[in-house]
Every structure is written in C-alpha cells, then in structure tokens.
Design a protein. Structure first.
Length: 149
C-alpha cells in the first residue's frame, strides 16, 4: 500500500510517540494535577483540604444566599474541629496499640530478633511491606489496584 523510506518511518514513529506523550500528559494534568498547589491537589497527604474553595463552588452551583454560605462555612468549621479531635484520638490509640504489640513481641522474639525488629521499625515505622496508611495487603477491599494482595 504505502512504501516509506526508513528515515520517513523513523520521523513518523517519532511524531506518533510525541503526539501520544502529549495526549497522555494532557490527560494526567487534567485528571490529577489541576490546581495542584505546592503539595499536590487539595486533600492530598500533607495538604489541608480547601473548604473555602468548595464552599465558593457550592455557592455558585447551588445558588446559595450569603446567609446560607455563612451557615455552610460554620458547619464546615465545626466539622473540621471535630475531625481534628477524632484524628488526634486515633493517633493516640494507635500509638498505645503499637506499644502493646512491642511488649508482646518482646516476649516472643529473642533479644537479637527484637533488636533487629526495633532497628527496622525505627527506619520504617509499622508500615512494613504494603502497610502504612493503606493497611496490610490482605486487608484491601476487593478490586483494589495496589498490587497483589
């Protein structure tokens, strides 16, 4: 059908790869990086969610009155205070449970094994392979995309 020289084939291949990269980059930017700020999109780890922006958007989308916007803002502020309290309590409970686990492991492991465990724990925390915020691999919900369970 068409017969292209090797040079033309190389140029077309390069242009195709470039176009594909451009399309993929645009998709990633629109889906994941829109208005990212310094630490990623709002709500990402380490960056507080921008409730003011959400309230402004609600005001436009739902045609809220100024009084409703104020009430919504107050509700979100109360929610944020309560959630912060819950997070602190969960953190304290987790540290308490981690200490109980350490004490139990100390009775199970040899002193050398426990020392090795403690050293690794100092570097990685209680994450281990697949652990951390997501939890251990076996506790993932069905259909999770983060590697094999």
């Amino acid at each position: 059908m068409f017969s292209f020289s090797p040079r033309t084939q190389a140029v077309l291949l390069f242009m195709g790869i470039f176009a594909l990269g451009l399309v993929c980059g645009t998709i990633v930017e629109r889906k994941f990086l829109r208005s990212p700020g310094p630490l990623g999109p709002p709500g990402a780890r380490g960056r507080p969610y921008d409730y003011n922006r959400m309230i402004d958007r609600m005001g436009q989308d739902l045609d809220l009155s100024d009084e409703q916007k104020s009430a919504v803002r107050a509700a979100f502020q109360e929610y944020r205070r309560e959630i912060d309290t819950v997070r602190r309590q969960i953190g304290e409970d987790m540290r308490s449970q981690e200490q109980k686990l350490r004490e139990k492991l100390k009775t199970i492991l040899t002193p050398e094994q426990f020392a090795k465990f403690e050293e690794k724990n100092r570097r990685q925390g209680f994450r281990g392979r697949g652990g951390g915020r997501r939890g251990p691999p076996g506790d993932r919900p069905p259909g999770s995309r983060r590697g094999p369970p």
